[in-house]
Design a protein around this ligand. Structure first.
Ligand SMILES: [Zn+2]
Length: 234
């Protein structure tokens, strides 16, 4: 048995250095045993990254847990309204958004969007049924959901082509937000007044255009682009 001459810690037979103070071990009576295995791992352990299956199981378990807990709580609290159905519907919608894209590798953008929009449309429809608001759903809710889906689809297709640059992506997203706002106001006006009289959405559109134009200039002028990249660590 050897002890460190510097800090006095007891040393394993295989130690050539003190594990605490790194003093070399020199004991003429007991040479360092280089054959026996070391008492500690010599290579850093690595944890394998979580697989998509494991992640989808985790998400499913979390959402199911929330849904079941709310259902049970609803039963025990004996409230008149079945409010837990709202939470359960939201959990189902989130599951459709998150899990199929994880499990199906290379899921087509169109299929994914179709699935997501259908989930939102069904969820809002069920809410409208509960609130006795089917005309509202057909006249206003569904058109806005479909309009949102169309804008996101266009956004996805354009971003696929221009995904190289973050500045370009941000420009496209801001521009789409402006266009979406105009569409939403058009549907709201048509539902409320029967005719489209643009007001607030034009303000949103103007703000978006006001942000898009400088971003396009930055994208086009190399010196500005480099300055922005440096300042924002892009
Ligand atoms: Zn030591």
């Amino acid at each position: 048995m050897s002890y460190c001459v510097n800090c006095g810690v007891e040393l394993d037979q295989t130690a050539s250095f003190c594990p605490l103070c790194h003093t070399p071990v020199v004991n003429p009576n007991q040479p360092v045993d280089t054959q026996s295995p070391k008492p500690f791992p010599t290579e850093p352990g690595e944890v394998a990254p979580a697989s998509k299956q494991e992640l989808s199981i985790l998400i499913t378990a979390m959402l199911a847990c929330v849904a079941v807990c709310c259902g049970v709580l609803n039963i025990f609290l004996q409230s008149e309204r079945v409010w837990s159905l709202y939470v359960i519907g939201a959990a189902v919608m989130l599951w459709i958004w998150l899990v199929p894209p994880l499990l199906m590798r290379g899921m087509h953008l169109l299929l994914r969007l179709l699935l997501d929009i259908t989930a939102v449309a069904i969820y809002v429809y069920l809410i409208s049924l509960d609130q006795n608001g089917t005309p509202w759903y057909l006249g206003l809710g569904l058109p806005i959901i479909l309009w949102g889906g169309a804008v996101v689809l266009l956004l996805g297709l354009v971003l696929r082509v221009y995904r190289r640059s973050l500045i370009t992506s941000v420009t496209i997203v801001i521009g789409s937000a402006g266009v979406f706002a105009v569409g939403v106001e058009a549907f709201v006006d048509r539902w409320l007044h029967g005719a489209w009289s643009p007001s607030w959405s034009l303000v949103v559109l103007a703000v978006c255009v006001g942000m898009v134009i400088p971003l396009i200039i930055i994208r086009r002028v190399p010196s500005l682009r480099e300055e922005v990249r440096r300042r924002f660590h892009l």
